[in-house]
Design a protein around this ligand. Structure first.
Ligand SMILES: Cc1cc2nc3c(=O)[nH]c(=O)nc-3n(C[C@H](O)[C@H](O)[C@H](O)COP(=O)(O)O)c2cc1C
Length: 385
């Protein structure tokens, strides 16, 4: 059998959290749900033991009590947050509005499915229990979507798991995983979500090693090899930005980087250039580079190209992403396309090119980690810049 990739890809990329477009009036028949759960049960399970149990909830009184527990466990806070933020242009406004809509109307969905699994997590830190159930629950969401039904992955109720267990008569030794409100969707067109391109979150062979271009793997430099490091910081992006956009800051942490000086500006702005001074003591080498700021979008992106603005030998980038409780700071480097000292060494020693590149990536990864860890320390503790 050959799959229709256009359809499969559409299914995989448009199975969204549906909350505002759930049809609260139209009946969802049991046989349809059972067929979808049968399909979901095809997912792998540890030890080939069938441990998943699915609770289909239609009784209006039980749904109302579940909805109250959902709101008590956090849904009411979401509703309040949505009310407070409405119209303020907050970046998460749409998601919060959508989650609040579901929280306020949960009892009105035609049916809820609570996915559970026999067993209690052993606290070992291994996925253990959950990796025998989550893939099946997601398969259910896909099977529903392919039939015109929608759902949203919700876990808020777990804050009241004990009460939910008592309400539904769930025995000890069973773990609740996810509560899926299920309904026909209003319309069937959904769009893929904005996600990072795979090339930015896929590491090749070692943590943080990236390829920007998968075209010609025989030419190592043509793959635009690079390194990415990341750290979560308990400080807002505005504070982290002060450090990430300071071109002199890496000199405080890196063994190699000695300092930098703006040439034609007194601070970061797009188009400005600066001189950077480097030294590698082990090989008794000192060198200077000129860099151009190619992106400066406080407090999100600060990027610069080295040696040539348009055909750089290295492309550096800080990205600051607001996450709950702070900032995820990401620093990435792409080597090339212009030949740097590393690139030249690779071209001159093709037999050792792999190792030369790996050594270079390892060296940079070490320095970059020192930098972002240093920024984390400063942003979380020091009062002054
Ligand atoms: C672990 C997990 C827990 C979630 N819990 C809730 C929840 O309690 N309530 C809710 O409305 N959405 C919940 N969601 C849905 C996310 O908010 C949703 O995936 C996000 O808004 C992005 O939408 P998308 O999946 O359509 O891209 C949860 C998602 C995940 C993966």
């Amino acid at each position: 059998m050959t799959f229709d990739l256009e359809q499969t890809d559409e299914l995989l990329s448009t199975t969204r959290a549906v909350r505002r477009r759930l049809d609260l009036e139209r009946h969802v028949p049991d046989d349809l749900l059972l067929r979808c759960i049968e399909l979901a049960e095809q997912a792998p399970t540890g030890g080939d033991v069938a441990s998943r149990r699915w609770i289909v909830i239609r009784d209006p009184d039980t749904k109302a009590k579940l909805a109250d527990l959902y709101r008590a466990a956090g849904g009411s806070n979401i509703i309040k947050t949505a009310d407070d933020r409405r119209g303020a242009g907050h970046p998460k406004e749409r998601v919060v509005e959508s989650a609040a809509h579901l929280a306020a109307n949960l009892e009105r969905v035609p049916v809820m499915i609570l996915v559970t699994v026999w067993g209690v997590h052993d606290g070992s830190g291994r996925p253990g229990l959950f990796d025998s159930v989550i893939q099946a629950a997601w398969n259910l969401c896909l099977a529903l979507r392919s039939r015109g039904l929608g759902s949203a992955w919700t876990t808020m109720h777990l804050g009241k798991a004990q009460e939910v267990g008592e309400l539904l008569g769930i025995p000890d030794g069973v773990t609740q995983i996810v509560l899926l409100p299920v309904a026909w969707t209003i319309g069937t067109d959904f769009k893929p979500a904005a996600r990072r391109p795979a090339s930015e979150i896929v590491w090749f062979d070692r943590w943080g090693y990236t390829k920007g271009n998968l075209g010609d793997a025989s030419d190592l430099l043509a793959t635009m090899p690079g390194v990415t490091v990341e750290v979560d910081i308990s400080a807002p992006p505005e504070r982290v930005w002060e450090f990430a956009s300071d071109i002199n800051l890496p000199a405080r942490f890196s063994h190699e980087f000695q300092g930098a000086e703006w040439i034609d500006a007194d601070g970061p702005r797009e188009g400005a250039s600066f001189i950077g001074r480097n030294e590698r003591v082990e090989v008794d080498r000192k060198w200077e580079t000129t860099s151009w700021v190619v992106a400066c979008d406080p407090p999100r992106v600060f990027a610069w190209n080295v040696n040539d603005r348009n055909r750089p030998s290295a492309q550096w980038r800080f990205e600051l992403e607001r996450i709950p409780g702070g900032t995820r700071l990401r620093q990435s480097l792409v080597i090339g396309p212009r030949l740097s000292a590393t690139g030249t060494a690779m071209v001159e020693n093709p037999d050792r090119a792999h190792q030369i590149l790996a050594d270079c990536q390892e060296q940079h990864r070490g320095n970059m980690n020192l930098t972002i860890q240093g920024i984390k320390r400063l942003a979380e503790t020091e009062q002054d810049v």
